[in-house]
Design a binder for this molecule. Structure first.
Ligand SMILES: [Zn+2]
Length: 94
């Protein structure tokens, strides 16, 4: 299977398609009673956002939290920051 990595135009996170969703974000207009929405949507006019950003702006419903799934492990960078933070706090106590 062919995989493509996109970059979210909003947050900059990598989106690994097709494992993760890529959302094309564009502006659309419609005049009453016109039922056809005219959107400014083309390859050059749409932004591509990750699922998290579309959920944050409530453009799509939040993904349900599936029971039984373990929490993702912390990132290496977060672990290093936590260790440094603890070391600094210990330094200050002494
Ligand atoms: Zn994003």
């Amino acid at each position: 299977m062919r995989a493509t990595t996109y970059k979210c135009d909003r947050c900059g996170e990598d989106i690994k398609y097709p494992d993760e969703q890529v959302w094309n974000i564009a502006v659309g207009i419609a005049c009453e009673p016109d039922v056809v929405a005219h959107s400014i949507y083309s390859n050059c006019g749409a932004a591509q956002w990750c699922r998290s950003c579309t959920e944050e702006f409530r453009l799509v419903p939040r993904s349900p939290k599936l029971p039984g799934l373990p929490e993702p492990p912390p990132k290496f960078e977060d672990l290093v920051r936590e260790i440094v933070r603890e070391e600094i706090q210990d330094e200050r106590k002494e």
